[in-house]
Design a protein around this ligand. Sequence first.
Ligand code: SF4
Length: 191
Amino acid sequence: MLAEHAEFGVNINSVLGSGINHPQDALTVANRAVELGFTSTLGIIHDGTGQLRPLSELEQSIYTKIKNLGKRSYARFDKFQKNIVQAQPNDWRCRAGARYLYICENGLVHYCSQQRGFPAIPLKDYSRQYMRREFNTRKSCAPFCTVSCVQQVAMLDNWRSPQTLNPQAAGNSTLVRLQTQSQEKTEVFAK
Ligand code: SF4
């Protein structure tokens, strides 16, 4: 019915990775989406800390098949995902807290769903000053991050303003999950 009647663009997103029981479902969904004339995107799902878990051989082959579905699939343009699939780090500047905000149920601004606790400032107080600070704050979780929506908005200005500041937590420190790069690599490749 959507294919026949929708007066807006319809995109179907399927996901791969991190313990999904039937990864082949993603291909079935993507094929059907394209057949119906919809666009199809593919997300690589992250673990509970927003970090990469390398894809299995089966998942990698499904990724390639979806990528080759044709130009209606955005997956073919995503260089971030290509590195993620190969368990390679991405070199980018995460602009969470500036270009992208995650607002929790308590009305606090956090970097993203996986990094709650930074900066944990109420939305009503979240001024441009904070956005500028976070724009220039380096996120140690960036190399193995799989939060693709933040990566996509970061492309706008990845080339400018090197990040020189360290994250500042203003909220409940028990929610903080940022790690050092070496911790992340040990965790990812030990599996
Ligand atoms: S790199 Fe940015 S988007 Fe990714 S987990 Fe860290 S704060 Fe979140």
